[in-house]
Design a protein around this ligand. Structure first.
Ligand SMILES: *Cc1c(COP(=O)(O)O)cnc(C)c1O
Length: 372
């Protein structure tokens, strides 16, 4: 993998926290971590200026930032982020999953947001440095599917209210132990089809992983919840016809003949889970079509029985079955899947994926990156 052949040129200093969580407190947190609630003892911070490039890279005690109120990110949302996980295997080793893909996606997001690029090997090394420092926060392999969620992010920290790309940028990595993303386990999520709001238009930021896309999705998510649904699905901005994705997860439509269709529009965020699922599906004999997929095709397919399953995927929740679809004045029931233990294609692919991530199945594609 490119990430492992090229060396990082970062020099990282580490200052251990003088108030790490006690073993008792850590055990208490890891017993029931929830999602995004608790943070590890340390964080990684790096600064960028046009003259010095990336510098002052350090692992230090986790804590609040001192940010000038004029910091550009607070006003103009010049920000990108990533989401990935570290998994502990039964032999105690710790691995991340395709970190070079997160690094490359952050480079693409940075280009769109006019932020400086962090080279792929430096991104991987920065994440590794934090995981190594906070290794005791990576939950045990025996603990179901718990992992350490990693959140690299970059933002405009320059204090300046003029509108232009910031001349002082900060990159950080924080980490948070994660249990099940959806409380109550893997049960189908109900989906609200928003016909009022869109997520991204042509030439916009849809393909970049940036907070602005999430900010604009919140009111639609509120609308979904007001209608008793768990998640919202967006259609394309120009015709209001083609299915894009959920607020933070990509979608798959399983057909009666085993084919799987997943939307490709140029305005969705192409997930690393999405790409991994495509590879695993094709290997399991499910041809995958990446193409535009209209909302009529969804409604008609479920109504006729041509679509037997819909599922969504992303790093945080892995694979989640999609149940009922509702919209203003109408609804569509859950697709009717076949019978038997192997009936759910999504559940089978989910199992294959987590087995690789947790070291229980052979890593045939070189997806794992050993950190500890
Ligand atoms: C991060 C993200 C996804 C999922 O990507 P993964 O790499 O699979 O975690 C899907 N949609 C949006 C909008 C996202 O931000």
């Amino acid at each position: 993998m490119s990430s492992e052949s090229a060396a990082s040129s970062l020099s990282i200093t580490t200052t251990p926290s003088d108030h790490p969580a006690s073993p008792e407190r850590l055990a208490e947190i890891l017993a029931d971590p929830g999602f995004g609630l608790h943070f590890t003892d340390h964080m990684l911070v790096a600064e960028w200026t046009p003259d010095a490039g990336w510098h002052d890279v350090r692992v230090e005690a986790y804590g609040p930032l001192t940010l000038d109120p004029a910091a550009a990110v607070l006003h103009y949302a010049q920000e990108v982020f990533e989401g990935m996980k570290a998994y502990r295997h039964a032999d105690g080793s710790v691995h991340t999953f395709r970190p070079d893909q997160n690094a490359e996606r952050m480079v693409r997001s940075c280009r769109r947001l006019a932020l400086p690029e962090l080279p792929v090997p430096d991104f991987v090394e920065a994440v590794d440095a934090l995981v190594r420092t906070d290794e005791r926060w990576v939950p045990d392999a025996s603990e179901g599917e718990k992992s350490l969620y990693l959140r690299p992010f970059m933002f405009a920290s320059e204090a300046f209210l003029g509108v232009r790309p910031a001349q002082h940028v900060t990159f950080m990595v924080i980490a948070s132990p994660a249990g099940a993303y959806f409380k109550g386990g893997v049960k189908p999520v109900s989906i609200w089809l928003t016909e009022e709001y869109t997520r991204a238009g042509r030439g916009g930021m849809g393909a970049a992983k940036t907070g602005g896309n999430y900010a604009s999705s919140l009111v639609a998510q509120q609308e979904a919840m007001a209608h008793g649904c768990d998640q919202v699905v967006f259609l394309d901005a120009s015709e209001g016809r083609y299915v894009e994705e959920l607020g933070g997860m990509n979608l798959y439509f399983v057909h009666r003949d085993g084919r799987i269709v997943t939307p490709a529009t140029g305005t969705i965020l192409e997930g690393i889970t999405r790409d991994s699922i495509i590879t695993l599906a094709e290997k399991s004999g499910h041809p995958v079509e990446e193409r535009r997929f209209s909302i009529e095709e969804w409604k008609d397919g479920v109504a006729s029985g041509e679509i037997t399953e819909v599922f969504a995927c992303g790093t945080a929740a892995v694979v989640t079955p999609v149940g009922e679809l509702r919209w203003e004045g109408g609804s569509l029931p859950s697709p009717v899947a076949g019978e038997g233990p192997d009936a759910s294609v999504g559940a089978a692919l989910r199992q294959q994926l987590v087995d690789v991530q947790f070291g229980r199945a052979a890593d045939e594609h070189g997806w794992l990156h050993r950190v500890v």
